[in-house]
Design a protein around this ligand. Structure first.
Ligand code: ADP
Ligand code: MG
Length: 263
């Protein structure tokens, strides 16, 4: 299938082109163009109401656009039109989303949460009776290493710290081996140390998955920044390195300026 000619660049995994989305006449997304490369870690920032969550809703087929294209470019060369897919089907396609509030099974252990997530693709009933294979166990242990919860395998999820719960939920996404991961404000409510560890975790996933991370905390954005997209009024205002976007007068005005004026 046709790809945007990327020549020597990494192939694209996601293209969003000319997308509009209005709610009761209000344009939440306005001619949005966004391209994500395979294995890229992209940070999306922007003031409240910029359209960040709506953007994620569009990519995960929770919301349908009024116009425009949203294509998932699969490894096998097939392009999936995400505007024609049902929301519950998106995770099976390999697009995983982590919402702001962790939704772990609080009365189950870390290990069992990951086991449930691993079997989730095969349905809930299956998950209840599911005996993991040796390769499943290896997968669960490898995910626990990645999210730094290997020593907490037998801990009930409800007893974890807020940060650890967030990591567990990232782990539950990882157990399903998503091609694209969408992560909404992963550092919200975390201590400084947890925030830094979260940044390290996301950086360690770069190259293995393609990630879109929405974030407000600018220190955190600085830590994980590769290519940064600034959204404003549902449109890309600026895109590039952290220093590049941060020094743009329009970005300062609409986003950073508000923070700067507070101090
Ligand atoms: P962000 O996540 O960047 O803060 P959102 O995507 O949540 O922004 O919202 C963008 C704009 O669209 C806001 O003005 C919001 O009020 C509006 N909006 C989002 N979802 C809906 C909806 N379901 N119905 C009506 N308005 C909505
Ligand atoms: Mg939001």
């Amino acid at each position: 299938m046709a790809r945007i000619p990327a020549e020597k660049h990494t192939p694209l995994v996601l293209s969003v082109e000319g997308v509009d989305k209005s709610f009761d006449g209000f344009k939440a997304i306005d001619d949005l163009n966004f391209y994500l490369s395979d294995g890229e870690l992209r940070t999306v920032i922007g003031p409240n109401g910029a359209g960040k969550s709506t953007f994620m809703d569009l990519v995960t087929a929770r919301t349908k656009p009024d116009n425009g294209k949203i294509l998932f470019h699969r490894d096998d060369g097939e392009d999936i039109d995400l505007t024609r897919v049902r929301e519950h089907h998106v995770s099976q396609l390999g697009i995983g989303r982590k919402f702001q509030n962790p939704t772990v099974y609080k009365s189950h252990t870390v290990y069992d949460n990951l086991k449930l997530s691993l079997s989730g693709k095969r349905g809930l009933l299956h998950a209840l009776f599911y005996r993991e294979s040796p390769s499943d166990r290896d997968k669960i242990f490898s995910v626990m290493e990645t999210i730094r919860l290997a020593k907490h395998a037998d801990v009930i999820a409800g007893a974890l710290s807020h940060g650890q719960k967030q990591w567990l939920e990232i782990g539950m996404l990882l157990a399903q081996d998503p091609k694209i991961m969408l992560v909404d404000e992963p550092a919200a409510g975390m201590s400084d140390e947890e925030t830094e560890r979260t940044g390290e975790l996301l950086l360690s996933l770069e190259g293995k998955h393609s990630l879109i991370v929405i974030e407000h905390d600018m220190e955190f954005v600085r830590q994980i920044a590769r290519r940064v997209t600034v959204l404003h009024q549902g449109h890309v205002l600026k895109e590039g390195s952290f220093d590049f976007v941060k020094s743009d007068p329009r970005v300062i005005e609409v986003y950073l300026g508000r923070q700067a004026r507070k101090h």
